[in-house]
Design a binder for this molecule. Structure first.
Ligand code: UT7
Length: 336
């Protein structure tokens, strides 16, 4: 078995900042409610007319990750792209990244696991590296939510939460037996598939032509539905479980965590985990205040920012954990 490590990280967020006050001009909401319930102060939304798409934001993050990994794009031998908001129904954005970066005919895989997408993608990359199948895998999480949100009062329980952006990592074979990705842990529970869902347009079970023919302005199935409190209650339990599972697998305990990077779903969820594990502020990284919830992009954006701010040092135990629609959840334990 080989060792795998994160060799380079990159992130990209669109330049348009949308504050809570901006949202209160579109719908019946306010800064106090959003901050108190979610911790979010502002998010980035792609500006109308911008060339940014899910794939293209992923490309921008990827270019930085590749440069920081000190490799050439032709050294990449596999691409994995996690998103719930692909540019097209098919093909997925993995091949579009390949086209844009002009990468030779390596495989490109798309992951559809929503907020857990990046953790699932990292797990695939880690195992492909460990078995010796590939040497340098480009892993991207990118989302463009703002085009698909109900920005009226009807959708306020969901639309104030989500933001756009992308993060990327180059996962490489490593010579260092003492570090790298130690283990990954994945779970799902399909019985709750409908608790956080976008049913339409036409994805698999409904014909697009039916939707067009119906042309019903009250049809909310185009927009995300979330049973917020139910998701919240499940999230705090599953986050804790899967972090402990990862630590115990490696003979570690909570006191070994140097940096916990939770999926940025809600600041209250992160604070709950922090309190439960009695972690200090400098042991947990949060940036939901600036970007909202960017689902598959949230962990790679946060990991990149934490690294850029010098908050991760060689030898640190870094824990990534995610929970979201599916339900799906997972963790990654890294010795940096
Ligand atoms: O990333 C994937 C995983 N996602 C999560 O983990 C999200 C988990 N859930 C949550 O973060 C929270 O449930 C939310 C932030 C989505 C909602 O917070 P909440 O404290 O559960 O609020 P609620 O949905 O119970 O709504 C409370 C009240 C309602 O009014 P009434 O019925 O009490 O009069 C809502 O209509 O707040 C109202 N409300 C709003 N008010 C102002 C809902 N959204 C808004 C809003 N602005 N944007």
């Amino acid at each position: 078995m080989y060792t795998s490590k994160i060799a380079g990280l990159g992130r990209y967020v669109p330049e348009q900042v949308v504050t809570n006050d901006d949202l209160s001009k579109l719908m019946d909401t306010n800064d106090a409610w959003i901050q108190e319930r979610t911790g979010i102060k502002e998010r980035r939304w792609v500006k109308e007319g911008s060339d940014d798409t899910t794939a293209m934001m992923g490309v921008k993050a990827a270019r930085i990750a590749i440069e920081r990994a000190s490799i050439d794009k032709d050294d990449i031998d596999f691409i994995i792209f996690a998103t719930l908001s692909p540019d097209y129904y098919f093909p997925g954005p993995g091949v579009m990244v390949q086209k844009e970066l002009d990468i030779k005919t390596v495989g490109a895989l798309d992951v559809r696991n929503q907020c857990s997408g990046f953790v699932y993608a990292l797990s695939v990359a880690d195992n492909f590296i460990k078995t010796g199948m590939y040497k340098n895998i480009l892993v991207i999480g990118s989302e463009l939510h703002s085009h698909g949100l109900d920005k009226t009062t009807r959708g306020r329980g969901v639309s104030v939460i989500f933001g756009d952006g992308a993060g990327a990592a180059v996962v490489s074979r490593s010579e260092d037996d003492n570090g790298g990705i130690l283990s990954t842990h994945l779970h799902s529970q399909g019985m709750h598939a409908e608790e956080l869902i976008v049913k339409a347009p036409g994805m698999g079970t409904r014909w697009v032509t039916d939707i067009i023919n119906e042309n019903d302005p009250n049809d909310e199935s185009y927009f995300p539905y979330m049973n917020g409190q139910f998701v919240f209650k499940n999230a705090v339990v599953r986050f804790s479980e899967v972090i402990m599972e990862g630590l115990q697998t490696n003979g570690l305990s909570v006191s070994d965590i140097d940096m916990l990077i939770p999926h940025q779903a809600n600041l209250r969820i992160s604070q709950f985990i922090q309190r439960k594990f009695q972690l200090r502020d400098n042991q947990v990284f949060n940036n939901i205040q600036k970007y909202g919830n960017t689902t598959a992009a949230s962990i790679p954006i946060a990991l990149t920012e934490a690294w850029e701010e010098g908050r991760i040092a060689k030898g640190d135990t870094v824990v990534l954990a995610a929970f979201g629609s599916g339900f799906t959840w997972g963790s990654v334990i890294i010795k940096w």
